[in-house]
Ligand binder design. Structure first.
Ligand code: C2E
Ligand code: MG
Ligand code: MG
Length: 637
């Protein structure tokens, strides 16, 4: 009986290892030895049992079994942690391993070198197959210890520093061996023994040849965790370039780069030339253990500005404006923190430029704050809702009459877009048009306005053939390639007399494509549309624009309309514009006439047409139709 039981146990001891044998072929290399020892152990137990069942007691065999079992125990124990790390790491990396464009290498520390355990196809390609699993990294690429920019740290030290600190380290370095070039690597320790590196070739891609700083491509790479971004933009650099020549401009840029590089080194950051006369200074979080307290980002910005102001090249100096952002920024949808930081700093910079109160250095620096954040969040919301096609259902056009100043007779109207958003309530065009301009949505919106306004004009011309209607067109539109085709198509399909259709354009003074802009104006003139300068006086180059291109009509901004005759400056300006209109022949409209006194005053100043609350507020098409049918004047008497 006992023999049968022992025999049954022994049989199991033989069968179990047999079922495990096929696993040896499929298992990962790191598990193979453990499995083999386990199989041998069970097998030897089986032999031991068989011998006892046959009453052939063998002390020698027991020693063999004991030996194998302890070897298995030792192998299992020693590989425990390593196996756990390997298992986790492999599953983590497997997902992104093969397709990645970035080279990825998993290394194991062996003495003073690193053994390559695994590398992805991109890493093999980048290193031109120099690296293979099993290679010793530092032996294979001895020139790793090349000069490192901007900090002179040999690459190998960096590996060990990363291993010791347990934190990722980023480095860009030059390798001058068989695969010469600039590389960028991010070294992440996974365990005391394991290291994960990404590997990108960046030769010639991330450096600005003029200043030697990084260029903005560097922001796309897997960089460290920057906490602070200073966005630096030179003031009136174009003027220096134009007046004093590009050579001097270049020298100034180099001098500024030097200042920024100094700061980058002082605070362990990087300096980037963003393009043209824009620079970025990215700094890490201030070191909590530092003996000296680190200055605030704003204080650093002030130091940077002071050093820039102190630069002098051939008697020329330059000033700059700086936007500052630090910490976590939620106000931008960008998924990469560095981009959010940069955009916040840039927004702050634009604010600094716009709200410049004086030339004092502190007014040239703007720190990203909760106000800017709130405004930015509102913009994002508007952007998101505007982008939905359904927003078009929430648009409608209001029409504000333009009247003869003397009689109040309606001579035309201006179409003003209204957006009654289901979720945001009424949003003013002054708020959403700039957002639409910034996102390119303005093209769609103005097409919508054109269609509806033209349709309406066709109806009104049946009641009053001399009636004029104008729409507002963003000056950005005029720089769009398809603009002329679009407007031609709309106007010719509308069945209206085109010289009664007006296009109001505000002067911007800043054109990214002036030639295209003037071409569009000329194109509209050829279509005999009525061209109007809107909000005259508020832009930057009103007069220059008037001289450059003949407009049919100028609408003087309500800011310049005097409230009474004692308002001497405004009266003088309006009189000067009226003289100009007389000289170069354009019609004048005074905007924002609210009181009878203003109407009388402007009439005396030879303004024949007016628009404003005195005559009428913007109204629905239906109400204006009624007024046109009645044919009476507004706001007079
Ligand atoms: P704008 O073209 O100068 O239009 C005149 C603005 O002044 C309108 O504001 C009008 O309601 C307001 N206004 C008229 N008379 C008076 C007055 O007596 N007193 C005061 N305080 N204000 C008066 P609104 O409709 O809010 O439009 C603001 C701006 O939005 C417009 O200025 C125009 O630049 C832009 N806009 C409006 N509709 C469109 C559009 O369809 N396309 C584009 N691109 N821009 C538009
Ligand atoms: Mg207008
Ligand atoms: Mg206006």
């Amino acid at each position: 009986m006992e023999i049968a039981a022992n025999g049954a146990i022994a049989a199991a001891y033989f069968v179990i290892p047999l079922t495990l044998l096929p696993l040896l072929r499929t298992t990962k290399r790191d598990l193979w030895l453990n499995l083999l020892l386990l199989i041998l152990f069970i097998f030897s137990c089986g032999i031991g049992h068989t011998l006892s069942a046959l009453h052939m007691h063998s002390a020698l065999w027991h020693w063999v079994t004991a030996g194998i079992s302890w070897a298995a125990v030792a192998a299992l124990l020693s590989s425990q942690t390593r196996l756990r790390y390997l298992g986790e790491t492999f599953s983590l990396l497997e997902a992104t391993w093969d397709q990645a464009l970035t080279g990825k290498v998993l290394c194991e520390r062996t003495g003073d070198d690193l053994k390559v355990l695994k590398l992805n196809p991109a890493a093999a390609a980048i290193t031109k197959n120099l690296l293979r699993p099993g290679d010793r990294l530092c032996e294979k690429m001895p020139f790793h210890q090349q000069q490192v920019y901007p900090y002179e740290v040999p690459l190998i030290d960096l590996y060990f520093a990363a291993l010791d600190s347990g934190e990722p380290k980023r480095l860009e370095y030059q390798y001058k061996g068989e695969i010469s070039g600039w590389y960028m690597t991010l070294v992440t320790p996974l365990s005391p023994e394991l290291l994960y590196m990404t590997f990108t070739e960046v030769s010639g891609v991330i450096h600005d040849p003029l200043t030697g700083l990084y260029n903005r491509r560097v922001l796309e790479m897997e960089l460290g965790n920057w906490e602070v971004c200073l966005f630096i933009d030179l003031d009136r650099f174009k003027l220096i370039n134009d007046q004093r020549g590009h050579f001097l401009g270049d020298e100034l840029l180099k001098a500024i780069a030097e200042v920024l590089q100094d700061f980058a080194q002082r605070y362990s950051g990087v300096a980037v030339r963003n393009g043209g006369d824009e620079f970025l200074l990215l700094l890490p979080a201030s070191d909590a253990d530092a003996t000296e307290p680190c200055p605030t980002p704003a204080a650093i910005a002030e130091d940077v500005l002071n050093e820039i102001l102190a630069i002098e090249v051939e008697g020329a100096s330059i000033s700059a404006s700086i936007g500052v952002a630090s910490g976590t920024i939620d106000a931008f949808q960008e998924d990469v923190p560095i981009n959010r930081l940069q955009q916040a700093a840039e927004t702050a910079l634009r604010e600094a430029k716009r709200n410049r109160r004086s030339n004092l250095p502190q007014h040239r620096i703007q720190v990203w704050n909760s106000n800017l954040a709130r405004r930015r969040l509102r913009q994002i919301t508007l952007e998101a809702y505007l982008a939905q096609r359904s927003s078009e259902l929430e648009f409608w056009l209001a029409y504000q009459p333009i009247c003869q100043m003397e009689t109040g007779a309606i001579v035309g109207a201006e179409a003003l877009i209204r957006w009654d958003s289901a979720r945001l309530g009424r949003v003013s065009p002054s708020e959403f048009i700039p957002v639409a301009e910034a996102t390119g949505l303005v093209h769609r919106i103005s097409d919508w306005v054109l269609c509806h306004a033209l349709e309406q004009l066709a109806q009104w011309q049946e009641i009053s053939p001399q009636f004029n209607l104008s729409v507002n067109i963003s000056p950005l539109e005029l720089e769009d390639d398809d603009f002329l085709d679009r407007i031609l198509q709309r106007v010719s399909g509308a069945g209206i007399a085109s010289h009664h259709f007006g296009i109001e354009i505000t002067e911007r003074g800043i054109y990214s494509n002036l030639e295209r802009y003037l071409q569009s104006l000329q194109g509209m003139r050829d279509m005999s549309l009525r061209l109007k300068v809107d909000d005259f006086g508020m832009g930057q180059s009103g007069l220059a624009q008037l001289l450059q291109f003949r407009f049919d009509e100028v609408k003087v901004d309500r800011y310049f309309i005097p409230t009474n005759a004692q308002n001497l400056e405004k009266v003088a300006i309006c009189r000067a514009i009226a003289n100009l209109a007389d000289g170069i022949h354009f019609d004048l409209v005074a905007e924002g006439i609210e009181h009878a006194d203003q109407r009388r005053l402007m009439l005396e100043l030879n303004y024949n047409y007016g628009q404003g609350y005195l005559f009428s507020r913007p109204m629905t098409a239906q109400n204006l139709t009624t007024l046109l049918r009645e044919g009476r004047g507004l706001g007079v008497g």
